[in-house]
Design a protein around this ligand. Structure first.
Ligand SMILES: [Zn+2]
Length: 213
């Protein structure tokens, strides 16, 4: 990653910090962020990580509102830096470095998604190579969020294909939300099929289950 692009991005981020927005959770004015101080305090940072996986926070409350705005609203850009900070936080928790490639979970329909945009900037900040071409989605699938755990596994089975050049590489897979882990597992399988040495997973959010509350 070239440090010039990183500096340029940091400069742009500084510029953004001067603008005033409305907090996505309570509507109060806030500078350069999508959550005000009060709502930021209500984010549930997750200490929940295990071998090869880390996430920043639980998918609920103010954090969930920021994600929904980022995912679906046309004015999503002002949530970008907050989500990027969380992604970097999850990466720190992972405690692993020296990845050969940052690969976002791909979409079937579009090459450039909001997740790939976020992953690209994450790679820039973490000074890692961004290689979205290493993994493709080869068929359309149903929306995972409407399905049960077993339906999710079936829905996503065989939906991804990795490039042969992942062989021997240490890959950092990026997704926005970890729910049952079926998408991440399927992507990791596709990467291992083509000889990836190790696949680690970082997501911004983890869905909260009753038993964990
Ligand atoms: Zn607020």
């Amino acid at each position: 990653m070239d440090s010039f692009s990183k500096k340029l991005y940091l400069l742009k981020r500084f510029g953004n910090s001067l603008f005033t927005y409305d907090c996505v959770s309570c509507g109060r004015p806030v500078q350069g962020k999508c959550l005000c101080e009060k709502c930021s305090e209500k984010v549930f940072y997750s200490g929940n990580y295990y071998n090869g996986f880390a996430c920043a926070c639980y998918y609920k409350g103010a954090a969930k509102k920021a994600m929904l705005r980022y995912k679906f609203a046309p004015d999503y850009k002002f949530c970008f830096d907050t989500l990027l900070r969380w992604l970097l936080l999850a990466y720190e928790k992972l405690g692993e470095k020296n990845f050969d490639a940052v690969v976002p979970v791909p979409s079937f329909e579009a090459k450039k998604t909001r997740l790939s945009e976020l992953s690209e900037k994450f790679a820039l900040m973490a000074e890692l190579p961004f290689r979205p071409e290493f993994l493709r989605k080869i068929r359309k699938t149903e929306k995972q969020r409407e399905l049960s755990a077993s339906e999710r596994r079936l829905n996503i089975a065989g939906a991804f294909k990795a490039d042969a050049s992942v062989s021997g590489k240490k890959i950092l897979l990026i997704d926005d939300i970890f729910t049952t882990g079926s998408t991440a597992a399927e992507c990791a399988n596709a990467l291992y099929d083509k000889g990836a040495e190790k696949v680690f997973v970082v997501t911004i959010f983890k869905t909260i289950y009753e038993k964990e509350v």
